[in-house]
Design a protein around this ligand. Structure first.
Ligand code: GDP
Length: 371
């Protein structure tokens, strides 16, 4: 072999030879028993629909999660599922239940729920709570607040969709109703706090609107907006127990008198006022006898169908409004311009109308360009 100055010059030399190294220890402790959770797969639209129609509550829950999701791909699946579930929906009684915090909504819904389930069928309890500070108030539709119902095999309880615009939250609840009905839930309760606009949203999706009230200090009607009382198909005074019974009866008389002052409801039904105790389960049967009487009445006179049609129409326009609003405010050009236009208005350099007109013009010409 010819001696070479450098080993690289040797023909046998392989510069890329890799020496076998020592075996490295595992980076994961082999004794650790890790449970690898399989990533939850999104079902196909048909799998969702089949599961829902078969009454599979786990599939139903997952579909509701899609409705609540803000991801466009989830929304797209959700909308298809809803559309396919529509033919199976509608066969239910939908009851809105409203009352101020502390009125006894969750206590009552627990008892009401058990009462209606005794008559058979399945019950879904949904909620509309558009307040952004959920932790401050009671969380509507919270299972821990409905102890007995939450463990009942025929009850499905779903808390309010996360805070957002009232229209958005309400639409999601309305869509959830469709899925629940397709899953065989023939009784739907929609709970809301009686403090503002959310009653109107609930009213727009239920057949019967029940207002829970408390006997107060004599002036029971104070603070209740006329519009809310006008929406009520039934008013019930809770906590009519112990030494509160007389006060509750007096409150009921006040409400009955007040109701006389309103024009007769379109349904032809005269709203009834009853007293009860959710906690002691007194008078609950009477409330539900009244509610079922209402359903017989409005189904016979055609109002039930009429009200649902009106609601369908209302939701068509609401959905258009919501989409237009979202599309406008999420437009990148508009997002850039909004703060500046707002300043122009506040500093008196532009009027509200001129600024709005300008933004809308920009939006419409911009969206036309995109097409
Ligand atoms: P919500 O905020 O409207 O859901 O009200 P809750 O159901 O949480 O009830 C508020 C408080 O009122 C709780 O302490 C209940 O125990 C109490 N409560 C509810 N219903 C009755 C009732 O019929 N009688 C009495 N005395 N207390 C009740």
């Amino acid at each position: 072999m010819v001696f070479m100055e450098h080993p690289e010059n040797n023909a046998e030399y392989k510069g890329l030879t890799v020496n076998k190294g020592i075996e490295q220890p595992l980076t994961i402790n082999p004794y650790l028993n890790r449970k690898v959770r399989p990533k939850r797969r999104l079902f196909s639209v048909n799998e969702y629909v089949d599961g829902i129609v078969k009454g599979d509550v786990s599939v139903l829950s997952q579909a509701v999660t899609l409705i609540e999701s803000i991801k466009p791909e989830h929304q797209a699946i959700a909308q298809e599922v809803i559309e396919k579930c529509l033919p199976y929906s509608g066969n239910s009684i939908r009851v809105g239940i409203s009352g101020v915090p502390g009125a006894g909504k969750s206590t009552s819904i627990d008892v009401f729920g058990l009462h209606v389930l005794e008559r058979g069928g399945k019950l879904a309890v949904l909620a509309i709570d558009p307040s952004s500070e959920r932790s401050k108030g009671s969380i509507l539709g919270d299972k821990t607040r409905m102890e007995k119902l939450s463990v009942h095999p025929d009850a499905f309880i779903r808390p309010s969709p996360a805070a957002g615009s009232l229209g958005g939250v309400a639409r999601k609840t309305r869509e959830t109703i469709i899925l629940c009905e397709a899953a065989g839930f023939d009784k739907i309760f929609v709970e809301t706090v009686g403090v503002g606009q959310s009653e109107t949203a609930v009213y727009s999706m239920v057949d019967f609107f029940l207002l829970i009230q408390l006997a107060g200090t004599g002036d029971e009607l104070q603070g209740i907006k006329r519009g809310i009382m006008e929406m009520a198909d039934g008013i019930v005074i809770n906590k009519a127990d112990g030494n509160n019974i007389e006060k509750a009866k007096l409150a009921a008389t006040h409400f009955r008198n007040a109701l006389h002052l309103f024009p007769a409801p379109e349904s032809g039904w005269t709203p009834e006022v009853l007293t009860y105790s959710g906690f002691y389960n007194i008078g609950v049967k009477e409330i539900w006898d009244m509610i079922f009487r209402y359903f017989d009445f409005v189904k016979a006179n055609g109002y039930f169908e009429h009200r649902r049609n009106e609601q369908a129409k209302y939701w068509m326009y609401e959905t258009i409004n919501e989409h237009l609003r979202d599309s406008f405010y999420n437009d990148c050009l508009i997002k850039d311009m909004l703060a500046c236009q707002e300043r122009e208005v506040l500093e008196g350099r532009s009027t509200s109308f001129a600024a709005a007109r300008h933004l809308l013009d920009v939006y419409f010409s911009h969206t036309k360009d995109i097409k």
